[in-house]
Design a protein around this ligand. Structure first.
Ligand SMILES: *[C@@H]1O[C@H](CO)[C@@H](O)[C@H](O)[C@H]1NC(C)=O
Ligand SMILES: *[C@@H]1O[C@H](CO)[C@@H](O)[C@H](O)[C@H]1NC(C)=O
Ligand SMILES: *[C@@H]1O[C@H](CO)[C@@H](O)[C@H](O)[C@H]1NC(C)=O
Ligand SMILES: *[C@@H]1O[C@H](CO)[C@@H](O)[C@H](O)[C@H]1NC(C)=O
Ligand SMILES: *[C@@H]1O[C@H](CO)[C@@H](O)[C@H](O)[C@H]1NC(C)=O
Length: 509
């Protein structure tokens, strides 16, 4: 009896709000802040839905502030041309082509794995599938793996904390690798074999570094020892069937100067990094792991150009570097044009957004109501901007955290796209999750970005997939509905009314 009553309430709610009926809503004061998943249930795209509709129609996936989550519908080309007065007209031109997309993903940090490990095996599986499954999930194809501890670890460690162990006799992976990183990264790979991993160390072992009041650098006499240390990491992960597509030169070298926290940071200057790459990392990686690329920088774009220009201009170091990793933390003070400049000067080097996150945690606080959608919107608009400025992908930070947003070694707790609740053996997918999925699920690897016009209220990006479908991703940032005409000179026009503050993905052949 009671069950029926609740089901009826839920149904009424879903009906009134127009929520896609596969999201189990988590409501705070009647506002949908997340969709609930557990061991037996998680919302997703039905495996039997065709990837694209018949010629002449488009799929349309919609999420919005009002509670839609990837609501699916179809829309026909060339309907009612006369009666539609458009607010915005966007023109697609697939003859103008830009970068090839490599993928989207998140990070297998120690703390993400630690939180995931508290769920039952079936719920863990559900969580990894909702990110990595190529049909029902987000189709993630990237995973970032910290080398040793990051700030999102339970303790500070490297793989060789035995002082002066210059032969690396005591090198060993940690229990964190065995318990929290390798099992989940492997599972992600088995769910989607297109998954590629890349890794970054926050620091070398303390004994390899000079330390001036917390500001630490790798000692030149240990340049090769540290390189060998990184090779041992690659060897050890390969033994566990995890091969690295790329190795970062180190997470956020600029943090060393700002935070002076030597255990989890290590400074580089363009000059020292260039010497290290030319004399040690480049040649050693080429001979020992020639399929692993060097990804330089891995830091905020505010210093991207200054730092990498000399690295890449120097032919000796430049030839070893495949591309650069960029973090989003100072994007609000650095225009995306730095990415354009970077691409124009070094068109053969890839640009990949490798870390984004938002703090402080708001799950379980009243702020969740105002923050949950706006954080999703921030993610969505960032992805769109990076896509429009040559990035080959976009990678979230912690795959999952609990409602405390930690633990964190320096007490910087954060929010995450998925919040786990071990007591109830369930997890909550916030708007940030859907923001990424609007891109990752529909833009497969090797899609090419193509040209689409933009407007102030409706932000746009477009792609051509390897099987020649067109994918258009739009955000209506207005508080009012916007009537949009999408003009594709091959197919004709699509006319749609985008709901206020809505994420939209169109896909057609
Ligand atoms: C899992 O979620 C589904 C859908 O909300 C629900 O019907 C089921 O009872 C949940 N299972 C558990 C063990 O809570
Ligand atoms: C490590 O080597 C340095 C330099 O040779 C020396 O000063 C230091 O005492 C050594 N530390 C240990 C723990 O052996
Ligand atoms: C971390 O740094 C502190 C001081 O900076 C040092 O005492 C400690 O041994 C370091 N821990 C590790 C694991 O290197
Ligand atoms: C940029 O963002 C940071 C962190 O989110 C914030 O502290 C800072 O005030 C912002 N700066 C501007 C110019 O908006
Ligand atoms: C870079 O992104 C901004 C914001 O989305 C956009 O206005 C600009 O046109 C983009 N640059 C290129 C080359 O598309």
């Amino acid at each position: 009896m009671e069950y029926t009553w609740k089901a009826l309430l839920l149904f009424t709610f879903l009906f009134n709000k127009g929520i896609a009926n596969d999201c189990v809503p988590y409501l705070v004061e009647d506002v949908l802040v997340a969709c609930v998943c557990n061991a037996t249930y998680c919302d997703g795209i039905p495996a039997n839905r065709p990837e694209v509709p018949k010629i002449g129609r488009s799929h349309w996936y919609q999420s919005n502030k009002d509670g839609l989550r990837l609501k699916w519908s179809e829309v026909d080309f060339n309907q009612n041309a006369q009666v539609f007065s458009a607010d915005v007209t966007l023109a697609i031109n697939d003859e103008m082509k830009y970068q090839k997309i490599f993928g989207f993903g998140g990070a297998f940090s120690d703390v993400s794995g630690y939180q995931i490990s508290k769920l039952s095996p079936a719920t863990q599986e559900q969580l990894l599938r909702t990110y990595y499954h190529p049909r029902t999930g987000s189709k993630y194809t990237l995973g970032r793996i910290p080398i040793g501890s990051s700030d999102f670890s339970l303790r500070r460690y490297t793989y060789d904390d035995t002082p002066n162990d210059t032969k690396l006799k005591y090198f060993a992976l940690s229990s964190e690798d065995m318990l929290y990183k390798i099992p989940y990264a492997r599972k992600a790979y088995l769910i989607n074999r297109g998954t590629r991993f890349f890794s970054a160390a926050w620091t070398a072992p303390e004994w390899m570094k000079s330390d001036d009041n917390g500001l630490s650098f790798l000692k030149p006499e240990y340049y090769q020892t540290y390189t060998d240390y990184l090779m041992k990491f690659l060897d050890s992960y390969a033994k566990h069937d995890i091969k690295m597509w790329a190795l970062s030169t180190g997470n956020e070298p600029s943090d060393a100067f700002i935070f002076r926290n030597s255990n989890i940071t290590m400074g580089w200057t363009p000059k020292t990094m260039s010497n290290w790459i030319v004399n040690n990392l480049g040649p050693t990686l080429t001979s020992k792991h020639r399929h692993t690329h060097i990804m330089a920088f891995d830091d905020d774009r505010s210093t991207l150009f200054k730092f990498t220009k000399s690295l890449l201009m120097n032919e000796n170091s430049g030839r070893y570097i495949a591309g650069v990793g960029v973090h989003w933390y100072k994007d609000n003070i650095t225009r995306a044009t730095v990415l354009d400049e970077m691409h124009n000067d070094f068109p053969e080097k890839f640009i990949l957004m490798t870390e984004a996150s938002i703090g402080p945690p708001v799950w379980g606080t009243p702020n969740i109501i105002s923050e949950s959608w706006s954080r999703g919107e921030k993610y969505f608009l960032s992805i769109l901007e990076y896509m429009n400025n040559w990035s080959i992908g976009w990678v979230d930070w912690n795959l999952a955290l609990d409602q405390t947003g930690g633990p964190n070694l320096v007490n910087i707790h954060l929010d995450a796209a998925i919040i786990v609740n071990p007591e109830r053996d369930e997890f909550y997918k916030q708007p940030m999750y859907y923001a990424i999925k609007h891109f990752s699920r529909f833009i497969p690897r090797n899609s090419r970005r193509i040209s689409i016009t933009d407007s102030n209220t409706v932000k746009a990006t477009a792609f051509l997939t390897p099987s020649r479908e067109t994918v258009v991703v739009l955000y209506n940032s207005a508080n009012t509905p916007q009537r949009v005409v999408l003009k594709d000179f091959r197919r004709g026009n699509i006319q749609v009314e985008l709901s206020p503050q809505s994420m939209n993905t169109f896909k057609y052949k």
